[in-house]
Design a protein around this ligand. Sequence first.
Ligand SMILES: [Zn+2]
Length: 176
Amino acid sequence: MRSVIRPLVAVAVIGLCVSFSVHVGALLGIAVTPLAGWMLALQGSAILLACPTIMAGHLIVGDSMDLTYLSSADVHAVLQACSPAMRNVMYGFFAYALLNFAFGAWTISTGAHVDDAGTLRLFSGHWMAFFSAEAVIMATYLQSAATVARCPNGHHVSPTANFCEVCGQPVERVPA
Ligand SMILES: [Zn+2]
């Protein structure tokens, strides 16, 4: 699974960079990409990458590979497994996407004409949020898959545990 996820992290990072460029252009009033082709490609990859990201999330929390939804406890465990810096990057993009969406919705509600740059601005805010979350979660999976969580007393521990659930010893991580 790691060999599949590794290139997809790169795809998500490239998607994030392209979306960021499109968004900056749109903020300056420039429609960097034509609305049809590129927009479809970015929207499509942002949605498609959610599938391997969900699988990676299941693997991070120690489930079998699965495409069904993650429970809220699983989502919490996945977020805890991400490094604080990467988590903050992801939260920042989500907060920005919400603000960007609220601003776009307000602009539309005033009856103002939304040009191509305005449309790209609205969409690219969401692309950045999606791509950043997908890159962070899949990269976290690669990190977690590179090590095995182990209790010094030999008890079975879940992959995201910091302390053994049986004896309370700090969990050690050793190369897989
Ligand atoms: Zn133990």
